[in-house]
Each structure stands twice: as C-alpha cells, then as structure tokens.
Design a protein around this ligand. Structure first.
Ligand code: PLP
Length: 397
C-alpha cells in the first residue's frame, strides 16, 4: 500500500547523519556521539533494593493504573525539591510527571501552539525538542548562541518581526549541544522580553544538577511573576534515562489542558518508575549521589578538555562547559565539517555528532560538532582525542 503520511510527520526527516550514528553502536568505535550517562553513575544496588521494598509494601499500587498527573507523593517531593534546590516556589498541583522531559516539551508545544505559530529556540539546540516543534508544524526560528547564552538583540528583533511567536525554548544550564550556560543578566533580559512580547518560555533543565565548575545561576522561573515560564526537569541524567521519568512545573491555568494532552498520549507515566524515583530522592542520600555524579563528570570533562588541548590543532575552537555532558568544537571555515565527521568514524573509528543535527534550519551548514565525555571510559577519552587530534592536524596544520 502507498501510505499518504501527514504533513506534520513529513517535516521530521530521518537525519542525514544516520550513518554516523549507526557506527556509534559498533563496539570497535569510540562513541563520543551518545548523550548517555556514565555507566558507573547508575545506583544499581539502591534501585534493586527500592524495587524489592515496593513489591513488599505496595505491589498492586505499583502495577495498577494510576492518575495522569503523577504519583502524589512524588509530586509533593518534587515541589519541595524545586523550592529547596532551585528557589522555585510552586504548589504540588502545578507539578506533573511526564515520560521524560522530552514528553513535557512535546506536550507543552501541543497545548500552546497551533500550526503556523512560531517557536523560537536557541540555535543550535536539543534535536528532540526541535523535532517536536517541527512535528506540530510550527515555524521554527533559531537565535544565535553567544558565550553567555542567546543573543538578546537578535531575539528582540525576531520577536518584533514575528507576532506569531508563541513559545520560546531555552536550556539555560550547560546547553545541549553547546555546553554553554546563560548568564543571570541574560536570563533577566529574556524574561523581560517574554513579558513584553507575551510569549511562553520553556526553561528546560535536565543537566542543572550536573555542575562541575563555577557558581549556580538562578533559574528564570524564580523571577516569573506572570506564570509564563514553564520549567522542565528529568531523572534521566541523575538517576536513569530508561525509567523515563521527567516532570514539568507550570502555572495552574495550564495544568488541566496539559493533563488532557498527556491522557491522550499515554494515560500516565509508569507508576512503578515514579515510585522508584520517589523513594530514591526521599529515602536515600540524594545529595551524596549528586555529589558523586558531579565528581565523575568533573573528572571526565577535565580529562577530555586536557586531551583536546594537547592533541587538537589550535585552529579548532571548543567550549569549556561548567557542567552537563558535552563539549562543542568548531572547525575553521576551510574544513568541511561533514566530511571531517564521516572520516573520523569510517576511517578512524571515532564518532562525534555533526553540528547540523542541532540546527533549527534543516538546510543550514555548520562548522561544529558535539563531543560527549560521560558515556565513554577514561582510556577511550584519551585515545579518541589523540585520533581526532591527528585528523585535525592533518587537515589544518
Ligand atoms: C536539553 C534536553 N532536554 C530534554 C532531554 C530529554 O530527556 P528525557 O526525555 O530523557 O528526560 C534531553 C535529552 O538528552 C536534553 O538534552
């Protein structure tokens, strides 16, 4: 049969970098291309113990249908966590559990945007979110990233020119893919613009706990007096991405429609997984766990930066992130980035992600590529940087 697919899904194209990412699962390839947490960061024993306890204490509760908004004790614990850790003061009724932050972003776009409305994003940005915006047939508009976050002047120009803009998508902490953190001045400026041009902001914060250097910067949500900032978080990078538990904190006026949208999608996030997250953050030493994660990532990030510095051509520029999982490298104009990435994986067996993947414009040309330091061993970081370094020198020096 010849299927006639919807215009919406036709806009989300299988990525041209499929070949590169396919190689990433080859065990002989050093995969700097993933975004996975470090294997040693998973608290496997604690999770096993928690599951055993749940099956003694409340097995039917863990296996039964549940409410769409999420497991009430977890909603309560997350409201408390947001207040204590991020200074975000919201009631538990404004916290909804989702299947990862990905679903939170996707459903929020569904709730806010009609086809043809514009979504403004930092450029480059997280491809999962960009694809959701595309799949709702929105007009996706990117704003250049500077060292300290989104270019405010360009953002205002765009907001002026695009009265159809309804939603702004930002990752202020250790952005994926650039690793950059938005300054406090820019966070305030973004909020002022959002109010002036009457636009909803998604503040996506999956990496916020993974700070390895510098001082924490308050969330945009902390200055939101109008309820226009929606804050998303996730257990993926701090506990387990396979559990698929994330959350969204939003003004109560949005909660009912968001809940209906989630009901249509998956009824509720697996209750057993929510119970695991709840017990982990309330009955285990969550602070010690986060401290341990920060130590692992500080070591890996420092190691990768050291070996980039030691091996790469000086003509390659790269970000020095204060947290998160990624380093963003930029080649000078004389090198074709796509062929660099293709050669790296096909000939040298080191996979990185071409920058074009993260561009708001499907047809954009990029000079950058993303490297991940969390999912690979220390030995692989050293060896992979040596190999990539040789290739940069062969092409540039
Ligand atoms: C910036 C950002 N937001 C959201 C997500 C989605 O995370 P999850 O759905 O696993 O919570 C990711 C995943 O890599 C991400 O990088």
């Amino acid at each position: 049969m010849q299927f006639k697919m919807s215009d919406k899904i036709m806009r989300v194209k299988p990525s041209a970098i499929g070949e590169i990412l396919k190689h990433s699962s080859d065990p002989s390839v050093i995969a700097f291309s993933a975004g996975n947490p470090a294997p040693e960061s998973f608290p496997v024993k604690a999770i096993k113990q928690i599951i055993d306890e749940i099956f003694v204490e409340n097995p039917i509760g863990a296996l039964q249908y549940s409410v769409t908004e999420g497991y009430a004790p977890l909603r309560q614990a997350l409201a408390q966590m947001c207040a204590e850790r991020y200074g975000i003061d919201m009631s538990e009724n404004e916290v909804i559990l989702t299947a990862g932050a990905q679903q939170a972003i996707d459903l929020l776009c569904k709730v806010i945007c009609n086809e043809g409305d514009a979504v403004i994003s930092e450029n480059p940005s997280f491809v999962g979110a960009l694809n959701s915006f595309r799949a709702y047939n929105t007009e996706l508009l990117g704003v250049e990233m500077e060292e300290d976050g989104i270019n405010i002047q360009e953002l205002e120009n765009l907001l002026k020119a695009k009265p159809n803009a309804k939603l702004m998508y930002l990752i202020p902490n250790f952005q994926n893919p650039s690793g950059k953190t938005m300054s406090w001045e820019k966070r305030k400026a973004v909020y002022e613009l959002a109010c002036k041009y009457d636009i909803v902001v998604i503040e996506d914060n999956p990496y916020g706990e993974l700070r390895v250097a510098g001082e924490a910067v308050p969330a945009i949500k902390t200055i939101d007096t109008e309820g226009r900032v929606v804050f998303t978080g996730s257990f993926s990078k701090i506990l387990s991405p396979g559990l698929r538990v994330g959350f969204i904190v939003m003004n109560k006026a949005l909660v009912d429609k968001f809940t209906v949208a989630k009901q249509c999608g998956d009824v509720h996030t697996p209750i057993l997984n929510q119970m695991i997250c709840h017990k982990f953050i309330t009955e285990h030493d969550f602070d010690a766990h986060i401290k341990n994660l920060q130590e692992v990532y500080r070591r890996k990030c420092t190691l990768m930066l050291e070996h980039i510095k030691k091996n790469f051509s000086e003509k390659v520029k790269y970000t020095v992130p204060e947290g998160g999982l990624f380093i963003w490298c930029t080649l000078p104009k004389e090198v074709d980035m796509m062929s660099f990435c293709s050669r790296a994986v096909a000939e040298y067996k080191v996979a990185v992600v071409p920058g074009t993947v993260f561009d708001c414009d499907d047809n954009a040309v990029s000079q950058s590529f993303r490297m991940n330091f969390s999912a690979v061993s220390d030995e692989a970081i050293i060896k992979g940087c040596e190999i990539l370094g040789k290739l940069t020198k062969e092409l540039l020096d």
